[in-house]
Design a protein around this ligand. Structure first.
Ligand SMILES: NC(=O)c1ccc[n+]([C@@H]2O[C@H](COP(=O)([O-])OP(=O)(O)OC[C@H]3O[C@@H](n4cnc5c(N)ncnc54)[C@H](OP(=O)(O)O)[C@@H]3O)[C@@H](O)[C@H]2O)c1
Length: 221
């Protein structure tokens, strides 16, 4: 066989494989989107019998979007963040989405002394029937072992773990008035699975959160 025919065959194989992999990645992206669109969204209020959703990092980005979604469903919302102006703005936006719910804001810095910060937050949550705990607050960009990387460690996982110690038993001990007692959610990251230069502490913290969620998912049933 001519050498150029062999080269052509090799190229054809590489391109076919490439095409197949691209098609597979497209399907992996499209199928979940399709399933979500076909199925009715979960009625979390019915599922957990109403109550409050507590979201760390609820004044921005992913946490803010989630806060608005659960407010629409009819759950009360507590959002936690550092920026008071954004906390108030998001709380007002949430109320404009659903005036039949209540909102509460907690201004706290999760990078502070974890025990003290947790105590202050838990005090502000006292008396609320929390059905969803969403540990979402976090930040990246602190690769070097500096004060900032310690702040990141405390924010992303340590204070969340302290809060978990208090709030998880509260969820478990909730009176079962609905199908499920409640939910506990974490925002991990793709960087918790793969690593890139400059994301040492961030990747490790996100890996912890992802794994904690996976372990709980199998134990909490
Ligand atoms: N965006 C992405 O592509 C992506 C990908 C994977 C994972 N994530 C994760 O998703 C989560 C939300 O991120 P986002 O993309 O929505 O970014 P974002 O808009 O910057 O949200 C981060 C939230 O965390 C809060 N936060 C940060 N440090 C805090 C501290 N020390 N104490 C209290 N609250 C603090 C922020 O509140 P203040 O602004 O008031 O401090 C803000 O509400 C983070 O955990 C992030 O690591 C994001």
């Amino acid at each position: 066989m001519q050498a150029y025919v062999i080269v052509l065959i090799v190229f054809a194989c590489i391109f076919s494989l490439w095409g197949l992999l691209s098609l597979l990645s497209l399907l992996i992206y499209l199928i979940p989107q399709l399933v979500v669109r076909i199925l009715n969204p979960l009625d979390l209020k019915k599922r957990y019998g109403g109550g409050w959703c507590f979201i760390t990092g609820g004044n921005s980005g992913i946490g803010e979007s989630f806060a608005k979604k659960v407010a629409k469903i009819g759950l009360n919302v507590v959002i936690l963040g550092q920026n008071e102006e954004r906390l108030n703005k998001v709380a007002a936006d949430i109320l404009s989405i659903n005036q039949n719910i209540e909102t509460k804001t907690i201004k706290a810095d999760l990078s502070g002394n974890p025990e003290q910060v947790t105590e202050e937050i838990v005090q502000q949550l006292s008396g609320l029937d929390i059905c969803i705990v969403y540990f979402n607050a976090g930040f990246g960009n602190a690769a070097q072992p500096t004060k900032k990387s310690l702040d990141q460690f405390n924010t992303n996982i340590v204070t969340h773990q302290h809060l978990f110690q208090v709030l998880y038993p509260r969820l478990v001990n909730r009176q079962l008035t609905a199908k499920k007692r409640g939910a506990i959610l974490f925002t991990s990251s793709g960087l918790g699975i793969i690593t890139t230069p400059g994301s040492v502490v961030y990747s490790a913290t996100k890996s912890y959160l992802g794994h904690l969620g996976e372990c709980l998912a199998s134990e909490a049933h």
